[in-house]
Design a protein around this ligand. Structure first.
Ligand SMILES: C[S@@+](CC[C@H](N)C(=O)[O-])C[C@H]1O[C@@H](n2cnc3c(N)ncnc32)[C@H](O)[C@@H]1O
Length: 299
C-alpha cells in the first residue's frame, strides 16, 4: 500500500472540507402559517412545491422588503387597532398578497390592504385570487395612482403607502397620495422616471452654454441616469419637507434588479424649512423650476 504524502493529505482534507461545506442558505424559508397555496398561485412554488427559479427574484425582493418594514408595521400596529395600506402600481400584487399572508392574515381586526393599478385585467385577477384564498380584507381598484388621490373607492384614512416599481410618475403620484392622506409610512422602490430627463433635454442646448454643472447630464445616457437619480433626491426632499424622516438604501443586490433603490419615509413631524429650501434651490440650480408643482412643499 502506498503511503500518502503531505500533498495528498492536504488534497484529501480539501475534498472532505468541500464535501461537508454547509449548503448555501435556502433562498426562501417559509414562515409558520404561510400559505403554500398562495405561493403556488403566485407561481413562486411549482405545483409540486419546489421553488420556481423564475419567480425567485421577485420573491426575494418582496421578502427582503417585508424584512425592512416589518418592525415599522409592528410599531404602527402597537399604536392603533387597524391598519389601512395602499399599494400603488400593484401589478400582480405580489407585495400585497405576501404582506397580507405574513402580517395581516393573523390579525383579528379590520386592517385592510388595497391594491391600485391601471390594468383592469390584473385587478380582476387579484380580486379572484383574494376570493379563492379567503383573504377578505384585500381589495383591488382599477385606478391610476393620480386618480386614487380623490377617489371614494379608497378610505379617507390611510396609514401606509407602498409603490414597488410603479411605472414612471406613478411613484410621484403615490407620494402625493401619501401626503394627502397623511400616511405614517411610505415605502417606495421607484421605477425609471422620464419626466426630469425630458426637461433636461428640452433645455440642454441653452443650459450647456451657461453652466459647467450641465456636463453632468450632457450625454444621453447620463441625462437618463442623472435624471433618474435626481428625481429620487427630489422625492426624498419633498417627503422631508412634509415632516418625514427618510432613509434610502439598497433593496437587494444589483444582480437582481436594476431598479433597486428603497426609500422609506416615516412621518415624524420634523422641521420642514431646510429641506424645503434645499428642494427649491436644487430645482432652480438644475433648471427644473417648472417642476415646482410636481415637488410641491407645504410653504
Ligand atoms: C413594473 S409593474 C410592478 C408591479 C408590482 N408592483 C411589482 O413590483 O411586481 C408596474 C405596474 O404599475 C402599473 N401602473 C403603471 N402606471 C400606473 C399609474 N399611473 N397608476 C397606477 N398603476 C400604474 C402597471 O399597470 C403595472 O402593473
Amino acid at each position: 500500500m502506498s503511503k500518502s504524502t503531505p500533498a495528498d493529505q492536504k488534497s484529501a482534507e480539501k475534498t472532505t472540507k468541500s464535501a461537508i461545506k454547509a449548503p448555501s442558505p435556502p433562498a426562501y424559508e417559509l414562515r409558520p402559517g404561510q400559505s403554500i397555496e398562495l405561493l403556488k398561485e403566485l407561481h413562486i412554488l411549482t405545483r409540486d412545491g419546489r421553488m420556481n427559479q423564475d419567480s425567485q427574484r421577485k420573491l426575494k425582493q418582496v421578502y427582503h422588503l417585508f424584512q425592512f418594514i416589518e418592525p415599522l408595521l409592528n410599531e404602527i400596529s402597537a399604536a392603533q387597532p387597524d391598519i389601512n395600506l395602499v399599494d400603488h402600481g400593484a401589478g400582480k400584487s405580489y407585495l400585497g398578497f405576501i404582506l397580507y399572508d405574513l402580517f395581516f392574515k393573523p390579525r383579528q381586526d379590520n386592517s385592510h390592504i388595497y391594491g391600485v393599478d391601471t390594468r383592469d385585467d390584473l385587478v380582476q385577477k387579484s380580486r379572484a385570487l383574494a376570493a379563492k384564498l379567503g383573504f377578505p380584507r384585500m381589495s383591488f381598484v382599477n385606478l391610476s395612482a393620480a386618480a386614487s388621490i380623490a377617489s371614494e373607492q379608497l378610505p379617507a384614512h390611510i396609514d401606509i403607502v407602498t409603490a414597488l416599481h410603479a411605472c414612471n410618475t406613478a411613484t410621484d403620484d403615490a407620494i402625493h397620495f401619501a401626503l394627502k392622506k397623511k400616511a405614517r409610512l411610505v415605502v417606495l422602490v421607484p421605477c425609471c422616471q422620464a419626466e426630469v430627463a425630458t426637461i433636461f433635454n428640452k433645455h440642454k442646448g441653452a443650459a450647456l452654454a451657461k453652466n459647467a454643472l450641465t456636463e453632468i447630464w450632457r450625454h444621453p445616457l447620463h441625462t437618463r441616469e442623472f435624471g433618474s437619480q435626481i428625481t429620487n433626491v427630489l422625492r426624498c426632499l419633498q417627503l422631508e419637507a412634509h415632516g418625514y424622516q427618510v432613509k434610502v438604501t439598497e433593496l437587494i443586490g444589483w444582480e437582481h434588479s436594476m431598479k433597486n433603490e428603497l426609500i422609506i419615509a416615516t412621518y415624524k413631524d420634523l422641521p420642514r424649512r431646510r429641506p424645503t429650501e434645499r428642494l427649491h434651490e436644487l430645482l432652480e440650480t438644475l433648471g427644473l423650476g417648472e417642476m415646482r408643482d410636481r415637488f410641491f412643499t407645504p410653504v
